[in-house]
Structure formats: C-alpha cells, structure tokens
Design a protein around this ligand. Structure first.
Ligand SMILES: [Cu+2]
Length: 157
C-alpha cells in the first residue's frame, strides 16, 4: 500500500469517526428531548381510569406488569407476572418491554362481545406504558389484539 493510499484510508477513518460522533450526539439530544416532552393522555372508562404514557420511567403507583421480550410467542407468560391479584382501588401499570407492538385489551379473546369494555391500551410501542385503576372486584381476563394467544388475568378482591 502506498503512502498516498494510507493517507486516504486514514482520512476516511477520521470522517467515519466524526460521523459516528455526530450521530451519537443527535441520538442523545433526541432522547433528552423525548424525556422532557412526555405526552400523557388519560381517559375515564367504565371501570376506572386509564393512562397511556410514552415514558418508560413512569413512576405510576401500583402493581407493575411487563410485556416480556418475544411476548407474541409466550402465551400466558407474555404478561409477567400473570395472573396479578390486587385490591379494589389499586392500579396496574403494564410496560411493553418487547420490540413488537402489543395491546392489552380486556376480554376473553377476539370473539368476546365485551372486548375492550373494561380497559384497552390500544397499540403500545416499545417502552410505552398503560395504567388502569380497578374499582370493582372480579376477574378481568385480557389479551393482545395483535397476538390473541397472549393472555393474562387481573383478579380484583
Ligand atoms: Cu401482541
């Protein structure tokens, strides 16, 4: 390899390193913007209060449930822990820890005529959370509308 070539390769390396540094800075500023611009939406459903948030470090009170990695393959282990047992008035906060989009929708499955009546997160992207406060006792099965084999249950006493 000639000196000219070595100089040329070195220059390319410098340019690549600069590009990588700039990309890192761009990502960092984007994520810090993200953490200061949290969007929250709430609505009151027939059974308590729902909150969707894009903030994974959301400090919502109550029982935490993870939508696990590879959840679409995990059946009744997709939501962890499952089932969850709580008292009336308690909240449950689900976090999508998977890279795929999921929902958690009340009901026994896609054919349930009452599907989504108690709670429905709609589409949760990675790291998004959904909270629901349970104000009536009972058993609340739920599932993922995109992958109906993903099932879970909340038992409220
Ligand atoms: Cu799913």
């Amino acid at each position: 390899m000639s000196t000219k070539h070595q100089v040329a390769s070195f220059s390319i390396l410098v340019v690549l390193a600069l590009a990588a540094t700039l990309a890192t800075i761009a990502v960092e500023s984007a994520s810090s913007q993200n953490s200061t611009n949290q969007q929250q939406s709430s609505n009151t459903g027939s059974n308590g209060t729902n909150t969707v948030s894009g903030n994974s470090s959301n400090t919502a009170a109550g029982t935490k449930v993870s939508i696990v990695e590879e959840a679409s393959e995990m059946g009744d282990q997709a939501y962890d822990p499952n089932p969850v047992k709580i008292k009336s008035g308690d909240s449950v906060t689900w976090t999508n820890d998977d890279s795929q989009i999921h929902t958690l929708t009340s009901g026994a499955g896609s054919d349930d005529p009452n599907l989504g009546k108690d709670f429905d997160s709609s589409m949760l992207s990675q790291n998004q959370t959904f909270s629901h406060q349970f104000t009536t006792a009972g058993e609340f099965p739920y599932f993922c509308q995109l992958h109906p084999t993903m099932v879970g249950k909340v038992v409220v006493s």
